[in-house]
Every structure is written in structure tokens, then in C-alpha cells.
Design a protein around this ligand. Structure first.
Ligand code: PEP
Length: 239
């Protein structure tokens, strides 16, 4: 089971340092799960330094597919490797919604990251309007198709199912809704599947108990070290 904290655009380098120090303390003897944090680019180095030897992985929130080039604002897998980042999230719904990310560019980012020897958390998920129109499975199948084609099943690939209507809204998918979507995704690509969308310490246990839910991608509840540690502890009980 993997619990990954996506910090989004929160925490400066010095805040990352403080957070990681207290996470190491708060996480105490949580065992039996993998834990990762995903700071903004400028805070990666400090997080990596502070978490060295802790077993907690540090991922970027996005990465480009080219080795280098005229891609202002992007960073490459080589840059992440030199920092000793473990991998990257790709295709977060906020990238898709606000920054023009497409199903194809998500797959290209995922493939380059895998090819570079790094780990990938590739995100998929439907809008509320798509769920209401009974299009959830069609959307997931469409988003997954280029990932399946370009990457396929790989030991360093994880898919995060994040229904857009549940991200940062406090509206969590019910365990049954999460399980249904995960079972559908598993039928398309059999890799570890994280659920994301308002996961908190008090709902993590039930969500993580679903047979096809193999972990969580956590936004808001990953920003406080004690809260994130309690969430990891709740997940470890059912791991
Ligand atoms: C996320 O950022 O991936 C996320 C799931 O956010 P939240 O937990 O705040 O809904």
C-alpha cells in the first residue's frame, strides 16, 4: 500500500524542511506501507535531504518527456534523477483542467519517467458532469488508453483514480464508488491503484479496505505532518 501526499502549490523550501523533520518524528513506527511526499519543485531538494534514510520517497508533481530543450517552465527526468527524487505524479486533474494537459501528454510524461528508471503516479478521473451523465467508465477508458499503449503494466507505474468532484471539496467517493471505479480500471491495467479525493484520517481505513484500493493520493490532509501521519497510521492498520 502506498500513501502519497501531494502538496500542490504549498510549502516553501524552508517550510518543507520543517515539515519533513516533524513527519519523520510523527510517522514513528508506522509500518507495512510505503509513504511518499510530492513537494513543489523548489522544495524537492530540501525534502529529499531531510527524508534521506527515512524510507519516505519524494516525488515531483509533474515532469516533461524531453531530455532538455526549449520548454520554459518544465523540468526533465534527468533533473529529478540528479536530485534523487523517486519519481513524479503525472496528469493530475489540476494540470488537465488549468494547464492544458491532455491524455496523450500525460502518457508521454509517464513513459519518459518510466524509461528514466523513475516511479510514476499517473492520475485519471471523471468530472461531476461526466459521472452524472453516466460517462465515468468511458472517460476512464479514454484517459487510460494512451498510458496502456505507451507504458503498459510496469512495476514502477501506479494509477491514481481521483474523481475531480471529490478533489479538495470534502465530497469523498463512497468506498463502494471507489471500489467500482478501481475494479473497472483494474480490468484495463493491472497495477497498484490509489484513490484520491478528500481522503482524511477518519475515512482512510474504510476506503483502503476495499479490495481494489491499494493506497491513496492525498492533497489537503497531507499538509500537516501530524494529520498525514495519522492518515498513514489508519491505512497501515488495514494494509
Ligand atoms: C489531490 O490533490 O490529489 C487530492 C486528492 O486532494 P484532496 O485530498 O485535498 O482532495
Amino acid at each position: 500500500m502506498l500513501i502519497a501526499g501531494n502538496w500542490k502549490m504549498f510549502k516553501t523550501p524552508s517550510e518543507a524542511k520543517t515539515f519533513c523533520r516533524s513527519l519523520r518524528e510523527s510517522i514513528g513506527d508506522v509500518e507495512g506501507i510505503d509513504i511518499a511526499v510530492c513537494p513543489p519543485y523548489v522544495s524537492l531538494a530540501n525534502a529529499i535531504e531531510e527524508l534521506a534514510g527515512s524510507g519516505i520517497d519524494v516525488y515531483a508533481q509533474n515532469v516533461h518527456w524531453a531530455e532538455n530543450g526549449a520548454f520554459t517552465g518544465e523540468i526533465s527526468t534527468g533533473m529529478l534523477t540528479e536530485l534523487a527524487a523517486a519519481g513524479s505524479i503525472v496528469g493530475h486533474s489540476e494540470r488537465r483542467q488549468y494547464f492544458g494537459e491532455t491524455d496523450d501528454t500525460v502518457a508521454k510524461r509517464a513513459k519518459a519517467t518510466i524509461d528514466a528508471g523513475l516511479k510514476v503516479i499517473a492520475c485519471v478521473g471523471e468530472l461531476e458532469s461526466e459521472r452524472d451523465a453516466n460517462e465515468t467508465e468511458a472517460v476512464l477508458a479514454r484517459q487510460l488508453a494512451p498510458i496502456v499503449q505507451q507504458v503498459g503494466v510496469h512495476e514502477r507505474l501506479v494509477i491514481a483514480y481521483e474523481p475531480v468532484w471529490a478533489i479538495g471539496t470534502g465530497k469523498t467517493a463512497s468506498p463502494a464508488q471507489a471500489e467500482e471505479a478501481h475494479a473497472f480500471i483494474r480490468g484495463i491495467i493491472d497495477v497498484p491503484l490509489l484513490y484520491g479525493g478528500s481522503v482524511k484520517p477518519d475515512n482512510a481505513g474504510e476506503l483502503m479496505s476495499q479490495p481494489n484500493v491499494n493506497g491513496a493520493l492525498v492533497g489537503g490532509a497531507s499538509l500537516d505532518a501530524d494529520t498525514f501521519a495519522s492518515l498513514c497510521a489508519a491505512a497501515s492498520v488495514v494494509a
